[in-house]
Design a protein around this ligand. Structure first.
Ligand SMILES: Nc1ncnc2c1ncn2[C@@H]1O[C@H](COP(=O)(O)OP(=O)(O)OP(=O)(O)O)[C@@H](O)[C@H]1O
Ligand SMILES: [Mg+2]
Length: 245
């Protein structure tokens, strides 16, 4: 499904990723963990076409997408949520999801939104389905900034889900949440979001990782230091020293 071959990325003097190899099998949920600044979000930015790798290749279903734009990657069925929530506070919850389908950069978003809502556009149906999946359908008419943080994170995920991606990356879906809120989002990912898709989940919360992931990869200073079954990976001395200790 997704394969990274020796992917490297530098920002000026900083080598953010060194020769990363990664294979994500279709229909699985893989976790990506590592200390702050270890390169997790950079890797996701490369997978989703925001950055091109300086070296190495990214293959999606065997096709080299290393130089594909973010829009092209989206059209290939890849979507993501953002670590820093990107929602429009003064739009309704439903409008936020429709806007994700229309594309933020389109001029006249407000007009397009109004038109989509008037004529029963299929994007409205898709947006409502995504809200239903994350349990936010009843809140559809609230302003997004009326939602508490855990529900804003769900809205961020709904925006990524609206295009019904076959490959979904979640960047810290439980960021800033309490243990109870984390347990709730973990269960949602496992039971409603992951089935039928291939997912990569970045998280610092190991409870979530162990609940949802069947494969785990650990980055440290831009290098992959371990991967495999989550239970065995978290017991490796190098992982404990770099991250869990
Ligand atoms: N656009 C950029 N320009 C310059 N440096 C960058 C850029 N993006 C990331 N970096 C640097 O690359 C390194 C990896 O950052 P990245 O955001 O990928 O880490 P991360 O593992 O996602 O961290 P966190 O857990 O804090 O989210 C960091 O040193 C960061 O400062
Ligand atoms: Mg990050």
């Amino acid at each position: 499904m997704l394969e990274l071959q020796a992917v490297g990325k530098t920002f000026g003097e900083l080598q953010a990723l060194h020769g990363i190899d990664l294979h994500v099998r279709r229909g699985t949920v893989s976790g990506l963990i590592g200390p702050n600044g270890s390169g997790k979000t950079t890797l996701v930015n490369i997978i989703t076409g925001i950055y091109a790798p300086d070296s190495g290749r990214v293959l999606l279903d065997g096709k080299d997408v290393s130089r594909a734009s973010a829009d092209q990657i989206t059209r290939l069925g890849v979507s993501r949520s953002f670590q820093n929530i990107r929602i429009f506070n003064r739009m309704s919850v439903l409008e936020n999801v429709i806007a994700a389908l229309i594309g933020h950069h389109k001029p006249g978003l407000a007009t397009l939104l109004g038109r989509a809502k008037r004529i029963g556009d299929p994007r409205v149906t898709a947006a409502r389905r995504a809200l239903e999946t994350v349990g936010l359908l009843e809140q559809g008419d609230l302003f997004a900034n009326e939602l508490p943080l855990p529900l804003r994170r769900r809205l961020e995920i709904a925006r990524a889900l609206a295009c019904d991606p076959k490959f979904l990356v979640l960047d810290e879906p439980a960021g800033g949440m309490t243990p109870a809120e984390t347990a709730s989002i973990s269960e949602l990912i496992r039971s409603r979001i992951a089935p039928g898709r291939t997912c990569v989940v970045i998280e610092h919360k190991m409870d979530l990782i162990s609940h949802v992931c069947e494969h785990l990869c650990v980055l440290n200073h831009g290098e992959k230091i371990a991967e495999g079954d989550p239970r065995s990976v978290v017991n490796q001395p190098e992982v404990i020293e770099a991250y869990l200790g």
